[in-house]
Design a protein around this ligand. Sequence first.
Ligand SMILES: C[S@@+](CC[C@H](N)C(=O)[O-])C[C@H]1O[C@@H](n2cnc3c(N)ncnc32)[C@H](O)[C@@H]1O
Length: 306
Amino acid sequence: MSKIEFDPRFWHNIQGPFEMDVSRRFEYDEDSLELIRRWLRLHDSQVEVIVEVGSGSGYFTEKLVEMTHGQAKIVCVEPDDVLRRYAETKLAGKAEFLSGYVEDLPLPSDYADLTVCHILLHNLPDIYKAVREMVRVTRKGGIVAAIEPAIGSFHYYPDETLNKLIEKVQKAFGKSVWELRTKLMKYPREKPWIYKPAYYVKVFHECGLTEIEIHGILSVFLLSDPRRSRNQIIEWLKDRLKVLKETEKQDYVILKRGGLSKQEITRYRQKYRQYLEKLIKKPELISETHEMEITSRILILGLKRE
Ligand SMILES: C[S@@+](CC[C@H](N)C(=O)[O-])C[C@H]1O[C@@H](n2cnc3c(N)ncnc32)[C@H](O)[C@@H]1O
């Protein structure tokens, strides 16, 4: 196995599998999935074998199963045992799961019709290594694609104090995780690709891909949107409360390292818990609540030369 600078086998310590699924539960609606399906040519019967790298909790794998109506063979590669096993249990019989790194995939060359990742490149120390390896396992004429954060995400709560605290929490989280990576692993201090979509296109070009396309997906979620059932929303609020309880220890370690004081962390956790509990107790308030999330992603794809 070639040398890997970043060993992500403990990714679940930063974000556990349940938290991963809960936080993205409503990200893509039917319309977005239809667009992704079209861009990735998933309606094409020639897309028989799909490789997903960095599949984590299987969040995007589930979408792939849905978008292909279970007709394609989906092989996922993920180095974190906890995340991979969670996904394996959730998607038993619908996808195969292998342990491995995107920089050194345990698959033969020219294997897949489509090789895809969802929020992976954004986190890597060397994107070139990853994309070259994705190209290797893809057949000639096949597609290599990545869906990555475009310009960040924004979450608004109907409570200014909570908004300010959450803004601080997000900054501290990012700082803490990235600093740890630069300290413990060979991560560049500069992050030339973070929120710079054009950088991915440059990498795709330089890795020999052709007919490159880039698309944008803007997902806007409003808690009070009447198209979602009340029960679905209550279940989601309860799951978020469960995640909050499960991540207590992790919050104090990660956020403290990112510069938040113990008091600030406690205050954020209290405020957020109270917000969730209030809505769970009084669901009639949901229709008047303007909690909103905006998530921006780009989808880059290119063809492997014949
Ligand atoms: C932000 S998570 C995204 C997970 C999943 N694709 C999703 O969208 O929910 C990043 C994932 O990439 C995995 N990962 C990180 N470095 C990796 C590497 N070098 N090779 C393969 N996977 C990696 C992590 O273990 C984690 O599961």
